[in-house]
Design a protein around this ligand. Structure first.
Ligand code: C2E
Ligand code: CA
Ligand code: CA
Ligand code: CA
Length: 278
């Protein structure tokens, strides 16, 4: 509930200033973070629930902040997007992960597909395709190892341009999935025109399984929709056995979430890949 009263004015102003100041400091330190490479990647496995096998890994960005500790993207991604710094950050992520994943493949390990989160700003950049191609070439990274996760967010605004770009991506042999599916605004007709391979059911629909009837209905329709469009489905944010059982009964083949794995460092993931290889 919003408190309104005579104290609002006095209370609000210093807060605003504090917020503005914090934003400014954050902007400066984000700039330094890029220059000093203060970022690291955590990887979270994606699992085939029928066989309990690891089929892919999502790269999740972390900022090792000099004084605030390890920060998740919630604390800095929107600022990075507003300032355009996300282009450099996503570029760093692409280089770091492709280099790492290529090395794993060349060492005989099998991390499955690498899923990368691509912000709209990055996708819209004129040299986006060139940058992906170039980075893959530098590390001997094969396009079939890659899956791009994009959100429905503002897709409608630039539909033609985005469809064309994703078609080029798809032609390279790269997979594309729609992230946070069900929370955005993409229309069914747009979905049909996009060259996508997979829908990722947003975790907000998963968290209240099996209590929330509405969520169960939504999940059912997403799975039916995917089937009719010949798309795969993955559920994110899966934490409990009840959720796994429900998803299994609905023939949702892939999941990602704390039930199986938390996001982890490259070293920790490598241990798992080595064990899988034995
Ligand atoms: P997302 O793509 O929807 O990523 C899934 C988020 O769910 C991750 O949060 C992950 O840590 C969290 N998660 C995984 N399993 C569970 C679970 O079982 N339960 C719950 N409650 N949460 C779980 P994270 O790492 O904080 O990332 C937040 C968002 O930041 C991501 O959401 C993605 O949109 C963005 N992001 C992450 N890495 C990058 C990146 O390299 N580039 C860009 N542009 N965005 C990124
Ligand atoms: Ca994602
Ligand atoms: Ca999500
Ligand atoms: Ca819910």
């Amino acid at each position: 509930a919003k408190e309104s009263g005579r104290n609002n004015f006095q209370f609000y102003r210093p807060e605003m200033t504090k917020h503005a100041l914090e934003q400014m400091q954050m902007k400066t330190s984000l700039r330094q973070a890029i220059d000093n490479e203060e970022f690291i990647i955590h990887y979270q496995p994606q699992v085939d629930i029928a066989t309990d096998t690891l089929v892919g890994i999502e790269a999740l960005l972390r900022w090792q902040h000099p004084s605030k500790g390890l920060l998740t993207p919630k604390k800095f991604i929107s600022l990075a997007e507003e300032t355009g710094m996300i282009l450099e950050i996503d570029d760093w992520v692409m280089h770091t992960t492709m280099k790492q994943v290529s090395k794993w493949y060349h060492d005989g390990l099998d991390p499955g597909k690498l899923a990368l989160n691509i912000s709209m700003r990055h996708l819209e950049a004129p040299n986006f395709i060139y940058r992906i191609q170039n980075t893959m070439d530098s590390y001997g990274f094969k396009p079939e190892w890659l899956e791009l996760e994009i959100t429905e967010g503002h897709m409608m605004k630039n539909a033609m341009e985005i469809i064309n770009k994703l078609k080029q991506v798809s032609k390279l042999g790269i997979n594309i999935s729609i992230d946070d599916f069900g929370t955005g605004y993409s229309s069914l007709s747009l979905l049909k025109r996009l060259p996508i391979n997979r829908l990722k059911i947003d975790k907000s629909f998963i968290e209240d399984i099996p209590e929330d009837e509405e969520d169960l209905t939504i999940i059912n329709s997403i799975i039916a929709l995917a089937k009719s469009l010949n798309l795969k489905v993955i559920a994110e944010g899966v934490e409990t056995i009840e959720q796994i059982n429900f998803l299994k009964s609905k023939k949702c083949k892939y999941v990602q979430g704390h039930y199986y794995f938390y996001p982890m460092s490259a070293d920790e993931l490598q241990e798992i890949l080595l064990t899988n290889n034995e």
